[in-house]
Design a binder for this molecule. Structure first.
Ligand SMILES: Nc1ncnc2c1ncn2[C@@H]1O[C@H](COP(=O)(O)OP(=O)(O)OP(=O)(O)O)[C@@H](O)[C@H]1O
Length: 256
């Protein structure tokens, strides 16, 4: 049965707690044991990078954590609340309200303007038109896209599209931002922009779980979870960073 956390417990309860997650994909060939028993907690305000080689199971893990796929076994708690019995509709609601997601290929709605792409999740979450517009304007200005509100996604560069996707993911002030290879299809300039923005939002308290195969990008996080063959091989706080979110040196050194 799902349990809503006592607000007094909030600082001690992880924002996300996954226990014993297992997921096998059954496709045309042999079954792919993508996630083979993963325990992972993410505290409020953390910036966690999940890194590892191609095929290690990173994206599958992110999909499980965002309710885009269901685990074969194991459970996920959000803010202390068990999600095991969530329906698809409930997960969709949670993704609008508590979990923002950005993907490698942006997944913007191609026939909606930039403004509408960003506003839509706010309207779907029940935010009034005026407030949704205000949130959209604030985010687009913050992300350097104020002149692009009336553009269509196809008229933007990859980096700009990913910033729109980030605005869309953040418009409802989610507790958790999941980012699946957000720089995976960007050049080094776009990569730096996106990583700077993730760090900036993190410094303001945004909890982020970033999936990346790129160790340099992972160094922007304050904790790196190394994934290998469906399991966590290492889970390390990035000690020595002078302050939260400042481990960007590897990213900033990326050359065009
Ligand atoms: N929908 C699917 N159907 C069948 N097999 C899948 C599916 N999704 C993932 N897999 C397989 O599960 C394993 C883990 O894939 P996953 O995409 O989670 O890894 P990854 O670490 O994110 O890899 P990459 O960095 O290349 O994206 C791989 O063997 C992959 O081929």
């Amino acid at each position: 049965m799902s349990r809503t956390a006592d607000p007094d417990d909030a600082p001690r309860i992880p924002l996300l707690r996954a226990e014993g997650l297992v997921k096998t994909h059954y496709g045309e060939g042999a079954p792919a044991h993508a996630v083979r028993g993963v325990d992972l907690s993410v505290r409020h305000g953390e910036f966690v990078a999940v890194t590892g080689p191609s095929g290690a199971g990173k994206s599958t893990l992110l999909h499980l954590l965002g309710g885009l796929q269901r685990p074969d076994s194991g459970s996920i708690r959000l803010d202390g609340e068990c999600t095991d019995s969530y329906s698809e509709a409930r997960w969709a609601t949670e993704r609008r309200r508590r979990i923002g997601i950005v993907f490698q290929f942006f997944n913007l709605v191609s026939n909606l303007t930039v403004a509408d792409n960003v506003e839509l999740p706010a309207l779907l979450a029940g935010t009034g038109t005026r407030q949704a517009r205000a949130e959209r304007e604030k985010l687009l200005a913050e992300l350097g896209l104020e002149g692009k509100a009336r553009s269509m996604p196809g008229e933007l560069s990859g980096g700009e599209q990913q910033r729109v996707a980030l605005a869309r993911a953040l418009v409802n002030h989610p507790r958790l931002l999941l980012a699946d290879e957000p720089a995976g299809s960007l050049d080094s300039k776009g990569t730096r922009e996106v990583m700077r923005l993730l760090s900036r939002f993190h410094q303001r308290g945004q909890t982020i779980l970033l999936v990346t195969h790129d160790a340099r990008l992972a160094s922007a996080a304050d904790r790196v979870v190394s994934f290998f063959d469906g399991r966590i091989a290492d889970d390390a706080e990035l000690g020595g960073a002078p302050a939260r979110g400042t481990g960007l040196s590897g990213v900033l050194e990326l050359k065009d």
